[in-house]
Design a protein around this ligand. Structure first.
Ligand code: FES
Ligand code: FES
Length: 162
């Protein structure tokens, strides 16, 4: 650890964490390497693919574009936290039921983004779902099944059919 390492204290998935980090370490690398939370993935490393999506103070962000040193005093939630809390159980089930994943590399980020969209309430149009998820790249599925899954959950949450 270099001399200019930074001490940080933050909340990760509801638990207080204190660590010393290199000043240039990204949040996603910190989560994966230092905390073992490997559900957040690293793809492009420059804010394009969405694989590193996590929640910071309640809003989704790119974990590769934020430094861990910037997160002191803040609240970080990862796919592990949302999953353990049961917050996205319906989305996870819908993705599974509709084969909305193959390799799964994009899936954690996709689930966080989809959940963020659905938290706004209502049933977004398919075009709206596509647009909202356009910052999350999937190399495998062709997106159709992902949109199907998100739409189905939106309808179910809104008290509709399906
Ligand atoms: S790894 Fe962060 S957006 Fe691609
Ligand atoms: S399921 Fe493979 S990248 Fe999306």
């Amino acid at each position: 650890m270099s001399e200019d390492a930074v001490d940080i204290a933050l909340s990760v998935n509801g638990e207080e964490v204190r660590e010393t980090v290199e000043p240039r370490k990204t949040l996603v690398d910190f989560l994966r390497d230092d905390l073992g939370l490997t559900g957040s993935h690293v793809g492009c490393e420059h804010g394009v693919c969405g694989a590193c999506t996590v929640r910071l103070d309640g809003a989704i962000v790119r974990g590769c574009l934020i430094l861990a040193a910037q997160c002191g005093g803040h609240r970080v939630e990862t796919i592990e936290g949302l999953s353990d809390a049961g917050e996205i159980t319906d989305l996870q089930a819908a993705f599974q039921a509709r084969n909305a994943l193959q390799c799964g590399y994009c899936t954690p980020g996709m689930l966080l983004a989809a959940h963020e969209l659905l938290r706004r309430g209502g049933v977004p149009s398919r075009a709206g779902i596509r647009e909202y998820l356009s910052g999350n790249y999937c190399r495998c599925t062709g997106y159709q099944a992902i949109v199907d899954a998100v739409e189905a959950v939106a309808q179910a949450r809104a008290g509709g059919q399906r």
